[in-house]
Design a protein around this ligand. Structure first.
Ligand SMILES: C[S@@+](CC[C@H](N)C(=O)[O-])C[C@H]1O[C@@H](n2cnc3c(N)ncnc32)[C@H](O)[C@@H]1O
Length: 233
């Protein structure tokens, strides 16, 4: 049995993995996420993958300690490269930058299938990832906000619809209207932190004589979103 406890960030991602899923956890590192889901009986089986040998060794040790070697297989691979014909239904890609996550998806055409669910937890460049997903024909079916040790995180859940939509990165600084949102308190803190750093950057630019109307408009939209969340939900 496993005594793995997930932190809030990974717990949020885990909650979107479907019952009886065949999971690939790309960039698994310690394999906490597949170990938790397998020991809770949520998933049928999992592939814990990493591009680096060190993290995969750590994953193997943890899987063996949890006695889940029959449920979780480790694969050394870049992104989804060696994950063909394994019947994978759900992919988690957590704890990486949004650009790297978008790059991993863009190199894996098999992810563009309506049967597949992507659960993505970008540590940066969230707007880039949203814009990429929409342009590549994915719908963002939910966003969940979570907190860990005083930091707030977003998880994007996406499925392929085949409908491509252009959205600028500025537009994608916020969830698209109509997206189901989870974790109000973490979400408010997340956008308040973003607003504070944007306003600080804007003030710096203004002192340097650069008015940056696009950044000002993003800051304004984020502030309006915060007010809307505070007042109406
Ligand atoms: C910061 S760790 C995140 C670990 C875990 N997913 C989490 O969220 O706690 C990022 C992991 O991704 C792996 N990684 C980076 N680029 C990758 C790629 N292209 N394909 C697979 N794994 C990758 C790294 O080796 C590292 O173990």
């Amino acid at each position: 049995m496993s005594d793995t406890k997930l932190n809030g960030r990974l717990c949020s991602a885990a909650s979107f993995v479907r019952q009886r899923a065949v999971l690939a956890d790309i960039g698994t590192d310690h394999a906490y996420l597949p170990i938790f889901l397998a020991s809770e009986g949520v998933i049928e089986r999992a592939y814990a993958t990493d591009i680096n040998k060190g993290p995969l060794e750590k994953a193997k040790e943890n899987i063996s300690r949890a006695e889940l070697g029959d449920k979780i297989e480790c694969i050394l691979t870049d992104g989804a490269e060696k994950l063909s014909d394994l019947g994978i239904t759900d992919y988690t890609v957590c704890g990486m930058g949004g650009e790297l996550i978008a790059d991993i998806i863009s190199r894996a055409p098999k992810l563009s299938s309506p049967e597949v669910r992507l659960i993505l937890q970008p540590m940066s460049k969230q707007a880039h990832l949203r814009a990429y997903l929409l342009g590549a024909g994915f719908s963002i079916i939910a966003e969940a906000y979570s907190s860990d040790s005083g930091k707030d995180y977003v998880t994007l859940v996406a499925e392929y619809s085949g409908v491509c939509r252009f959205a600028s990165e500025a537009e994608c600084e916020l969830p698209l209207s109509g997206t189901p949102l989870h974790g109000k308190d973490s979400m408010l803190r997340y956008y308040k932190t973003k607003s504070t750093s944007l306003h600080r950057a804007l003030a710096g630019r203004q002192r340097g004589g650069d008015s940056s109307p696009e950044a000002a408009s993003v800051a304004e939209r984020i502030d309006a979103f915060i007010t809307q969340i505070e007042n109406f939900t």
